[in-house]
Design a protein around this ligand. Structure first.
Ligand code: SF4
Length: 688
């Protein structure tokens, strides 16, 4: 290797199942390319197109980044700011927080954050500060997957102890339900699923590229998944594929569940879900014979009854005995605990005293409109002005002059435009951290490849400095990144310190695949799989999940799905010029028959509307979309759109049945041709 050439191994920390290994190529000390690591077991030498574009574009472009602390100098939302020093910025934040705590209480400081970066410290460490402060946390998972977590905890006592993907070599079937790996786990789609010896079954309302490659694709109408799960269980029961021995020894509640299966024939399932009865029978046979893996996706539970859906689907491994053996199990997410990583330590769970109850992301607009409930707002790792529901109301609330708003980000987002103080965050290329994949049982090093751009600082250092300004003296708030990383690695017992891990990039937690629930002990009150749950009942839910489906849209409305785009990662990348070019104008995909019924053709401009808002976009025709459904992916930035809004303009923020979590896939809209006589864009949309 030439003396001026250097390669740094690091790991992608995006909110993605894959956690790719990356090679950062440097010449004369400057980064010249960010590529996939050919030696990395998952990446195999390539990054997804959005990261390959963004990491070699806007992420390293000083003109696109925030590089200095900024203080607002214009009207809120105008994006007018003046540079200030770190000291001046943090002095002001500390003063305003102290004044707020003294005047109205720490609970009137809202702390909102999520998955802008998923590296271990960047994601968790700032919570030490907020726990000490006693701020009200806006429960991060309620924007995404909380209903699923709550549901799985009822059934299995945990939602974060999933199968080891390496065990796929022993699986006769992989059932992917409500996940779209072709977009959200591109390497799992291209390598893991493609190379799995077992048959792949996909359940998804949309015929995604993953569904297209599957042996069997079941296409239920959104919101009918619980009914489909019961129809599958009916067939499994009828064909004597229930593992009686397992059910008897390791579950509770079969006597409550079995009577519910009687009526749930495949023909009933077809009538409720739209999935042909013969496909239900075929899928039940393949899954029931096993060994089978069940991948429960996040999209599955973003529904009005998403908790019930997840509980119902989660019964499949239990009744078929697909647990505790090679090639069997389920996965929602793999948490750090199954690699002996104590996330509670990193986030400082024991720091501070009593904390106010958290609120849901679905309630954000309500709280921000009310000065009694919110005097200060701290946003980090999140772009709420793009990602949250009730977008118009939320933007209006963020204009409140008496709301002191601080935003920590890598880029000038829609949310930073509403800030009083902006604090520039370092990107993953600019500081050391760890990446704990939530799919593969790996630990990766995120290695500093270059100095932070401008005056940017890692999240950890920002909150250490702010703790100092607040006169918070707890040692946990001032622990160095290096110390936290070494503690985590030592406790994980993977035989690596950061220096050695950095030379390897990523290591597996164990040399052999881990068997999920190998001891067949479950952290539920009974120690068994709780098909019937007294805890759920005590919380006001049915004792067992029910074979129900959400009502279908009436009066010519369509169900609006806003899944991930393959060119966006939540709200990251939309500001990258290369990505924006590939994204093109905002579109809604419709089944050709639904479009024809409305007199619409490819490329027509339409308005989507409901009681929450209205938004114009262009029509795309696709027979991959079922009838009655409209699809427009999430993640665009409102301020970069002609309509000054994204698909969350249409999201009322309805909560699912469990966890106060989003029911975004339950949104319904009317669609009509845009009336140009009333001018362009959202504001001039016709009354429907
Ligand atoms: S977002 Fe996912 S697929 Fe893309 S580079 Fe990162 S880990 Fe890999």
């Amino acid at each position: 290797m030439a003396a001026d050439r250097e390669v740094v191994l690091t790991t992608c920390p995006r909110d993605c199942y894959d956690a790719c290994g990356i090679r950062v190529v440097k010449r004369n000390g400057a980064i010249t390319a960010v590529r996939g690591d050919p030696a990395h077991a998952v990446a195999r030498g390539w990054l997804c197109p959005k990261c390959a574009t963004g990491y070699n574009g806007s992420w390293r472009d000083e003109t696109k980044r925030l590089t200095r602390p900024l203080r607002r100098s214009g009207k809120k939302g105008s994006g007018s700011f003046t540079p200030v020093t770190w000291d001046a910025a943090l002095d002001e934040v500390a003063l305003r927080l102290k004044q707020t705590v003294a005047a109205t209480g720490a609970h009137t400081v809202l702390n909102t954050h999520y998955s802008g970066t998923m590296s271990l410290l960047g994601y968790h460490f700032p919570m030490r500060f907020f726990n000490r402060l006693g701020a009200t946390e806006v429960d991060p998972d309620t924007i995404c997957n909380k209903a699923g977590h709550v549901a799985l905890e009822y059934v299995y006592g945990t939602s974060t102890d999933g199968f080891d993907p390496r065990t796929a070599k022993d699986a006769a079937c992989i059932l992917v339900w409500g996940a779209n790996p072709s977009t959200s786990a591109p390497h799992a789609h291209r390598h893991w699923l493609a190379e799995a010896p077992g048959q792949v079954i996909v359940v998804d309302p949309i015929r995604t590229p993953t569904a297209e490659k599957a042996a069997l694709h079941l296409q239920p109408f959104p919101g009918s998944d619980a009914a489909l799960a019961f129809a599958l269980m009916h067939v499994i029961h009828r064909e004597r594929l229930v593992d009686d021995e397992f059910v008897h020894a390791h579950t509770v509640g079969w006597e409550d569940l079995a009577p519910l299966l009687t009526e749930c024939t495949p023909e009933w399932g077809e009538s409720v879900t739209g999935v042909p009865a013969d496909q239900i029978v075929a899928a039940a046979r393949i899954y029931g014979r096993g060994p089978s893996l069940l991948w429960l996706g996040q999209g599955l539970q973003r529904q009005r009854t998403g908790g019930n859906v997840m509980r119902a689907c989660a019964l499949l491994p239990a009744i078929t005995g697909n647990l505790g053996k090679p090639g069997a199990g389920f996965l929602y997410l793999n948490g750090g605990a199954n690699r002996r990583i104590d996330e509670g330590y990193v986030m400082g769970s024991r720091v501070g005293g009593a904390r106010p109850p958290s609120i849901s992301q679905m309630e954000m607009a309500d709280h921000l409109e009310d000065p009694k409930r919110s005097q200060a707002l701290m946003c980090w790792n999140i772009n709420i002005a793009a990602s949250n529901p009730q977008q118009k109301r939320l933007h209006k609330a963020l204009e409140r002059e008496d709301l002191f708003t601080v935003v920590v980000d890598v880029f000038p987002t829609d949310t930073t435009d509403f800030a009083d103080i902006i604090l520039p965050a370092a990107s993953f290329l600019e500081f050391d951290d760890l990446v704990v994949s939530y799919f593969n049982l790996t630990v990766g090093a995120q290695v500093k490849a270059t100095e932070p751009m401008g005056e940017c600082l890692p999240n950890t250092e920002i909150f250490r400095r702010l703790a100092m300004k607040m006169d918070f003296t707890e040692p946990e708030l001032h622990e160095s990144d290096a110390d936290v990383i070494e503690t985590v690695l030592r406790e994980a017992q993977i035989g690596e310190d950061f220096r050695s891990l950095a030379t390897k990039g990523t290591v597996f937690f164990s040399s052999e695949p881990v068997i999920q629930f190998a001891g067949l002990e479950f952290p539920t009150p009974s120690g068994r799989v709780e098909m019937a749950s007294a805890r759920a009942e005590a919380d006001g839910f049915p004792r067992v999940p029910h074979p129900t489906a959400d009502a279908r849209p009436a009066n010519n409305a369509l169900r609006l799905l806003s899944p991930a785009s393959s060119w966006l990662m939540n709200d990251s990348f939309a500001n990258d010029p290369g990505v924006a070019k590939r994204l093109g104008p905002v579109r809604v995909s419709l089944h050709p028959a639904d479009a024809a019924a409305r007199g619409l053709a490819e490329g027509d401009e339409v308005v989507l509307s409901n009681d929450t808002g209205r938004l114009s976009m262009k029509v795309s025709l696709s027979d991959a979309i079922p009838r009655g459904v409209a699809v427009s992916p999430k993640g665009r930035w409102p301020k970069l759109e002609e309509t000054d809004g994204n698909v969350n303009r249409l999201n009322p923020g309805e909560q699912s049945d469990m966890g106060r979590s989003t029911a975004v896939h339950g949104v319904e809209v009317m669609i009509a041709r845009l009336d140009h006589s009333r001018g362009p864009g959202e504001k001039s949309a016709p009354t429907l």
